[in-house]
Design a protein around this ligand. Structure first.
Ligand SMILES: NC(=O)c1ccc[n+]([C@@H]2O[C@H](COP(=O)([O-])OP(=O)(O)OC[C@H]3O[C@@H](n4cnc5c(N)ncnc54)[C@H](OP(=O)(O)O)[C@@H]3O)[C@@H](O)[C@H]2O)c1
Length: 259
């Protein structure tokens, strides 16, 4: 299936490794022109080399901390300067800070709200005018299975921020439909890729992780980065033209939510 992404400008936050990288790679394979950001210069350079080696049309790397107030502007300004357009924004950066709710501090909450929520909101606010100029676009937030249902003790901050993305994306979809801008979320389950958090846990505790997989993952395996990247690329594309305000679970049945 040709996704029709050829020549489109696709921006991925946190695109130097992990799910952001797999999303960028899936869109590059469709001929999109890319911009990826991360804090680490080396990771960005290595990712760009792989993407170019795969035949990516163009790859712009932007070193910025997207959790900082000016981070999104640095990214979008660089994209405007390089491409003069922005068609797809994948808000992928996110993290976790575990802790029992009563032990969490305001600082913990504010840090992760900046990282998981405001980073993407700021980037979206800056990207929307460029998408409008181009006649439309697609925004994808990377939420989580734990944005759709209770993740368990110790996850109040992660759960709340990932749920916030789904909620806001739904309202943004209503507001931006008339501009031809679709807004959706993906909710990955447990995804293993080299160097990722699940990979580290598997290496540290293989037996425990085997038991985790048996108990929680109906397909009896972790998800793969490519399986998330492909869904992001689909949502980014016109092939998903009737999908807006949705949250697609990419979790192999891990989630138990009815909606
Ligand atoms: N992996 C999973 O199983 C899973 C499951 C559900 C949801 N998710 C969600 O998927 C997203 C990606 O997760 P991942 O596991 O792929 O993460 P990851 O492997 O840790 O990759 C994170 C990427 O974001 C960049 N990054 C981190 N903080 C940044 C910042 N402040 N500013 C700019 N770039 C930043 C990193 O590069 P630098 O370190 O160089 O900045 C890297 O490119 C997150 O939102 C996560 O919550 C992941």
């Amino acid at each position: 299936m040709d996704l029709g992404l050829k020549g489109k400008v696709a921006v991925v936050t946190g695109g130097s490794r992990g799910l952001g990288f797999y999303s960028a790679r899936a869109m590059a394979a469709e001929g999109a022109r890319l911009a990826i950001c991360a804090r680490g210069e080396e990771g960005l350079a290595a990712a760009a080399e792989v993407l170019r080696g795969d035949g990516a049309a163009e790859v712009l790397t932007v070193r910025c901390d997207i959790a900082e107030e000016g981070g999104a502007a640095e990214l979008v300004d660089a994209v405007r300067e390089q491409y003069g357009a922005l068609d797809v924004l994948v808000n992928n950066v996110g993290g976790n800070r575990r802790g029992r709710f009563e032990e969490t501090s305001d600082e913990d909450w504010l840090d992760i709200i900046q990282l998981n929520v405001l980073s993407g909101f700021r980037a979206a606010r800056l990207a929307i005018p460029l998408m409008r100029e181009g006649g439309g676009g697609s925004i994808v937030f990377v939420s989580s299975v734990f944005g759709r249902e209770k993740g368990g003790p110790g996850l109040s901050i992660y759960n709340t921020t990932k749920t916030a993305l789904i909620s806001a994306a739904g309202i943004m979809a209503l507001e931006l439909a008339k501009d031809g801008i679709r807004v959706n979320c993906v909710a990955p389950g447990s995804i293993q890729f080299p160097g990722g958090s699940w990979d580290k846990r598997v290496k540290a505790d293989p037996d425990g992780m085997r038991a985790f997989v048996r108990a929680n993952l109906p397909l009896e395996r972790f998800g793969r980065g490519e399986e998330v990247g492909d869904v992001v690329a689909f949502l980014a594309s016109e092939r998903a033209s009737l999908i807006t305000g949705a949250c697609l679970a990419v979790d192999g049945g891990q989630g138990r939510s009815l909606v």
